[in-house]
Design a protein around this ligand. Sequence first.
Ligand code: FES
Length: 233
Amino acid sequence: MITVVVLVGFTAYGLWAAFRNGNYFHEPYLSPFYSPCLTDNCVDDATPHIFGDISPASPALLILAFPLGFRVTCYYYRKAYYRAFWWAPPACAVPDARRRYSGETKFPLILQNIHRYFFYIALIFAGLLTYDAVLGFIHDGRFGIGVGTAVLVVNAVLIWLYTLSCHSCRHLCGGGLKRLSRAPLRRRVWARLSVLNRNHMIFAWASLVWIMIADFYIWLVAAGHISDPHWIA
Ligand code: FES
């Protein structure tokens, strides 16, 4: 029930955030839903507007498929939504609700294997969100820290934790070897990532909720509902 409520809530919020096409930027904060902002419609200049004046309903719609694809095909989320929405299975040792459910052996669910490729794209997005967090320290050309800065830094940290704890990342570093002991560097990286991997579920939920918090905070500030308390050196 909790899984259903949170995922439906996130979907509803995400749709609102992506389609609102406004109040997603307040110098120097850019909402993670709109990062990177790549069209001339964008009100920030943090990233090149490589799509020029292509005018979709919202610049967020051009990029959303990538982080969303990473999440939707995530091994943890798959388990969560298969169980919560489809009851396949509802719990351990409880039969599937639908008898003809064939798991991920057939189309379309076999496409979930694309997750490992989404991982590479997710690395780029984690880098871009880190860049946004760093820009959050520059207020009117000077070093400064605001509540928005902290919000974006936490967002970047959680995204990195979620991305690096990914099962595909762990496999990339330590998988495909006959003997892990013969690759000491990869073994060390794999062991560290395994620690993160054990907490992947926590990072998945925390980063999901925090993206909403970050967007909502920037919307509040950009729309003039609140002001961003900050200090400038
Ligand atoms: S397994 Fe969850 S992000 Fe890769």
